[in-house]
Write a protein that binds this ligand. Structure first.
Ligand code: 5GP
Ligand code: MN
Length: 337
């Protein structure tokens, strides 16, 4: 980590700290923020957590999650806070443009930033810079950060469970992005009392009935498989959002079902949002979906999980996407002949 010793010195006296993470916070965003929050509390800092938008209710069991401020709603209070704090932590995002207006306010304030993140190609926006694109999750990096800070004695069951949550959600319960180091860390988390069964139920077996019905509808009515391009696509229109009363977070994970098909190497979930069409891509092996998103959809992410946006309508976006697929390396069946 660049500037670790300076950050350590900085954190030796009580500070006013703002922990931030990305829009549509997932388990890694919420878990890493609350793990870092409870860890830093031991140093008598005053700490606030802020996200651009609301986080899913399935993470409400984490202590002090009710204190998290949401920029979309609490922007006046947060603007005051941003101008008052000594340090901003940026967790699980790699550039201030990933947190929209809150990022603009932070940039304008000129406050020092400590970034902890595992996305590829981070922007150069942080005084204290900790980037590791081969880490499974930001939560895994928060575990390492605690070691770097020599704060192991503060790693209790709560912190271990929040870290474990982000690891579970970002690896799809150890399906992707695993490493020998990750399993060592998980071993240590278990010895701090992490209860895997309890967390699996809290995070993955807590779906409201309407979400399961929506999943059924997506697979039965809205799925298209393109065998020649080893691709599966699910699209949802504004009308679908209305009919199923779909809220933010309700569609989480649907894209992964397409990858369950042996012949599918690339999965796309394309949804009509109020002002954009959102693209979510997942892939197996060598198919780099982050390149598709950065080249064509003003987005990015990881090699096997990326997102972006289109400003065309749903139908035109779908057409454009299919055309792009023709040129994606390793995808076309014809290439193999
Ligand atoms: P999701 O498909 O779940 O929205 O996002 C998958 C991954 O792609 C996440 O790691 C997320 O950070 C990244 N991602 C999603 N949308 C965007 C985007 O619009 N821009 C960038 N740079 N990354 C994105
Ligand atoms: Mn993450």
């Amino acid at each position: 980590m660049i500037n670790l010793s300076a950050l350590k010195t900085f954190l030796e006296v009580p500070r006013d700290i703002l922990i931030t993470s990305h829009r549509n916070p997932d388990g890694d965003a919420v878990g890493s923020s609350l793990a870092l929050y409870h860890f830093l509390k031991n140093y008598n800092h005053q700490i606030t957590i802020a996200f651009p938008s609301e986080f899913p209710a399935i993470f409400n069991w984490m202590k002090d999650s009710d204190k998290i401020l949401i920029y979309d709603m609490d922007y006046e209070e947060l603007n005051r806070k941003i101008n008052k704090v000594d340090l901003v932590f940026s967790l699980d995002y790699n550039g201030l443009d990933r947190i929209d207006k809150m990022g603009e306010a932070i940039a304008k304030s000129g406050k020092p930033i400590a970034m902890i993140d595992h996305h590829l190609y981070p922007d150069d926006f942080a005084e204290y810079f900790y980037s590791n694109p081969s880490a499974s999750s930001t939560c895994e990096m928060v575990f390492e950060f605690i070691q770097l800070m020599e704060g192991q004695k503060y790693l209790d069951q709560d912190i271990a469970e929040y870290i474990y949550t982000g690891i579970l959600t970002d690896t799809g319960s150890f399906k992707y992005s695993t490493s020998p180091r990750l399993f060592e860390i998980v071993g240590q988390l278990m010895s701090h009392g992490v209860n895997n069964n309890k967390l699996q139920d809290l995070i993955f077996n807590s779906l409201p009935l309407k979400n399961l019905k929506l999943l059924g509808y997506c697979l039965n009515q809205r799925m298209e498989i393109l065998p020649d391009l080893k691709t599966g696509i699910i699209t949802l229109s504004k009308q679908d959002y209305e009919n199923f009363d779909i809220k933010r977070g309700d569609t989480e994970g649907i894209v992964n079902y397409l990858l369950m098909l042996k012949e599918v190497k690339l999965a796309a979930f394309i949804t009509e949002q109020p002002s954009i069409v959102k693209i979510s891509l997942r892939s197996k092996g060598d198919i780099a979906v982050n390149e598709i998103c950065s080249k064509h959809f003003k987005g990015g992410g990881h090699k096997n999980a990326s997102g972006g946006a289109s400003y065309l309508n749903l139908e035109k976006t779908l057409k454009k996407f299919k055309t792009i697929l023709e040129d994606v390396p390793n995808l076309s069946v014809k290439e193999e002949v």
